[in-house]
Design a protein around this ligand. Sequence first.
Ligand SMILES: [Fe+2]
Length: 183
Amino acid sequence: MDPFAVAFDLERGTLPNPARKQVRCASDMRGCYADAKALEQLIAQGNPVHYEVSEVPVPESEGHLMYCLSWLLPGKVGDEYFMTKGHFHEKPGTAEIYLCLRGEGRMLMKSPSGQNAIQKMTRGAMVYVPPFWAHRSINTGSEPLASFCVYPADAGHNYAGIAASGFGRRVFERGGRITVEDR
Ligand SMILES: [Fe+2]
């Protein structure tokens, strides 16, 4: 393939005219939140979009770097902030970089041995997700949380592994404060 360039809108935190956009709505998030009843209410009230992943894809083969723009909307399910499903990589020994362009949030991570880590995401913060760690972003702010992500193109996504065990930590708003709880 030939070299190419795409133009990101760094102010808005968007990738205009993506070739592919994956959209996850509330109904795609069943099993993710602590308050399943609150999620069902949200689905019944219009099933809002939780996040979009925009890509101009490259071949999913060794040597290439896949990249995307992750756009996670603000909101809460009960007291729990909107978040992504989270995943390990199908090829587990592959890292990922998230560069936050807009908004405020957290990157929640979990190692295969069950160790947790959490990093703050604000404009300009780069979070390095090491190989083998599951990762989920969480929007604790009032505007979209937008990040540029890059990872080995053959990494793949394994959602089932973390869905079965959970991350072990959740981020809530309690009394107007961002609170991380073990549960
Ligand atoms: Fe990833």
